[in-house]
Design a protein around this ligand. Structure first.
Ligand code: PGA
Length: 247
């Protein structure tokens, strides 16, 4: 299966930046055909970015960074998975920044996964331990199971799990990153818990420089890229590296 590269732009870009970045990605990845790329802009630019990515060849997919679990109703400021149906093919759910700054619980996250599946969109379910400790793997597996409460095991293969150790996210300043070896151990435990056919990707300060270390591991099926996805040149180089790795 092709490696998956998910670009999480987080709360970054103006409309003009988003247009330029998406256009550069489309142009820069024209010959990159053996990776699957998903671009997740802020909600407000989803439509514009989707229009630009619609011209991509090979196809680059669109993802949202979050959604609410109810389909509609009196939930001021929220956006349902159903509303995103015609705009994107993937939705990130349970990112650690949502868990931390917006108090999202495993129970809310499992309802989001259910809503995303019901809308026939692929959820990218994020899990990860806040600090690296000896029981980190158990904690991650526990969090994963809690975030999948109520989901039928038959549907697990429709979900992508993103392992993102919180201590390794956006660490340009501290330089603390997970090694491919460590990430692979945790991803193997995730696959053991949910099944080998579930795609598991790694995220946390992934860059052009370290992506090969993650993707050369048998249990890691792709990467979730934050900061390094905001610079077109570096992101395109990262995708090309993954392509070469797959060749
Ligand atoms: P980072 O973000 O690549 O900037 O560490 C990854 C993420 O949080 O999804």
């Amino acid at each position: 299966m092709k490696s998956l590269i998910v670009a999480n732009w987080k709360m970054n870009t103006s409309l003009a930046d988003a247009n330029v970045l998406a256009t550069m990605i489309v142009n820069g990845l024209r010959d990159v055909d053996n990776v699957t790329v998903v671009v997740c802009p802020p909600f407000v630019w989803l439509s514009e970015v989707a229009d630009i990515l619609a011209k991509s060849s090979p196809q680059i997919f669109v993802g949202a960074q979050n959604c609410f679990y109810k389909e509609n109703g009196a939930f001021t400021g929220e956006i349902s998975a159903k509303m995103l149906e015609s705009l994107c093919q993937y939705i990130i759910v349970g990112h650690s920044e949502r868990r931390k700054y917006f108090s999202e619980t495993d129970s809310m996250i499992s309802q989001k996964v259910e809503a995303v599946l019901a809308a026939d969109i692929t959820p990218i379910l994020c899990v990860g331990e806040p600090i690296k400790k000896s029981d980190s793997i158990d904690l991650v597996v526990e969090q994963l199971k809690a975030s999948l409460t109520g989901i039928r095991p038959a549907d697990y293969s429709r979900i992508i799990v993103a392992y993102e150790p919180v201590w390794a996210i956006s660490t340009e300043t501290t330089g603390e990153i997970a090694t491919g070896e460590y990430a692979s151990l945790v991803c193997a435990a995730i696959k053991k818990a949910v099944g080998k056919n579930v795609r598991v990707i790694y995220g946390g300060s992934v860059s052009e420089a370290n992506v090969a270390d993650f993707l050369s591991r048998p249990n890691i099926d792709g990467v979730l890229v934050g900061a390094a996805s905001l610079k077109a040149k570096g992101f395109i180089a990262l995708c090309k590296k993954v392509k070469d790795n797959n060749a």
